[in-house]
Ligand binder design. Structure first.
Ligand code: NI
Length: 271
């Protein structure tokens, strides 16, 4: 599958679980903006067949280059890496994975069962994995039970390895001078932003500022053809600054900021 086709289809899927994204797109295009994505992000488990290493060839086939840096989120038990495309109008790919072996035995057993119920049998793995539900619907009771130990695990079990968020590159917007101005505009239009660690994560001296919407509940299919409303995906905004002494925008990520951005899928009252 071509990268363009993938991004178009992934965006369609993403809108179904991120109602705010469509509204924001309309608000921005009404101002004449043309949106360029900074990155798209995926969540997965570090289990055979689904790990970051397993997904790696998909990005390489699209012409991406893996950056050497590896990000670690100790408290959330995650590792992440990212990929950059030679054509800067293509979004970076940010892939995180849960270190399953560091979780409780109960959670490990559950994730093992979820993954064994895989729907896709494609081997070697292909981009279809990101577009269709990766495994059969999980039990709602299990989702609720493990939400407190790892929101990341529960989300990934419920949604599969689909795109978790798209990210608007604020530098490429022409009618906003700053991320703060964009945030004000969004809030003024009734949107709720993730306030964990402040509305804006990161600062100009760190070369990256980010903000995001707060996920909203969307109905998802669970085992037994039951539908329950659970926290879906969020939309992110990134403003990058030039690496000192160069004309090049910083392409990396800030672990401290990303840590808070991960919490955009948290239910506000539960954490
Ligand atoms: Ni992100």
């Amino acid at each position: 599958m071509r990268l363009e086709t993938f991004l178009e289809r992934a965006w369609g899927n993403y809108l179904k679980v991120t109602p705010d994204a469509e509204k924001i797109h309309s608000l921005l295009t009404a101002r004449g903006e043309r949106i360029i994505n900074d990155h798209v992000a995926f969540r997965t488990f570090n289990l055979p067949g689904f790990s970051r290493a397993d997904l790696h060839p998909i990005f390489i086939n699209w012409g991406y280059r893996k950056m050497d840096e590896e990000l670690t989120f100790v408290e959330k038990k995650l590792k992440a890496s990212y990929y950059v495309h030679p054509d800067s109008s293509n979004p970076k790919m940010f892939v995180s994975e849960l270190l399953v072996e560091e979780c409780s035995t109960e959670l490990q057993n559950w994730i093992g069962k979820v993954v064994a119920n895989r729907k896709t049998s494609s081997s070697p793995i292909s981009a279809d994995l990101f577009l269709n539900r990766t495994w059969n619907p999980v039990n709602y009771e299990d989702y609720v039970r493990f939400l407190d130990e790892s929101e990341y695990a529960a989300w990934t079990a419920a949604f599969g390895i689909q795109v978790n968020h798209f990210t608007v590159l604020v530098n490429r917007l022409s009618t906003f001078k700053s991320l703060e101005e964009l945030n004000h505009f969004l809030i003024g239009n009734g949107l709720t932003l993730n306030a964990a660690g402040g509305l804006i994560k990161g600062q100009p001296s760190e070369l990256l500022e980010q903000s995001s919407t707060q996920s909203r509940k969307v109905p998802i299919e669970f085992a037994g053809a039951q539908f329950h409303s659970v926290m879906g995906c969020y939309y992110e905004f990134a403003r990058r600054y030039c690496v000192p002494g160069t004309q090049e925008l910083f392409q990396g990520f800030l672990p401290k900021s990303a840590d808070k951005i991960f919490e955009s899928t948290y239910e506000k009252d539960s954490h």
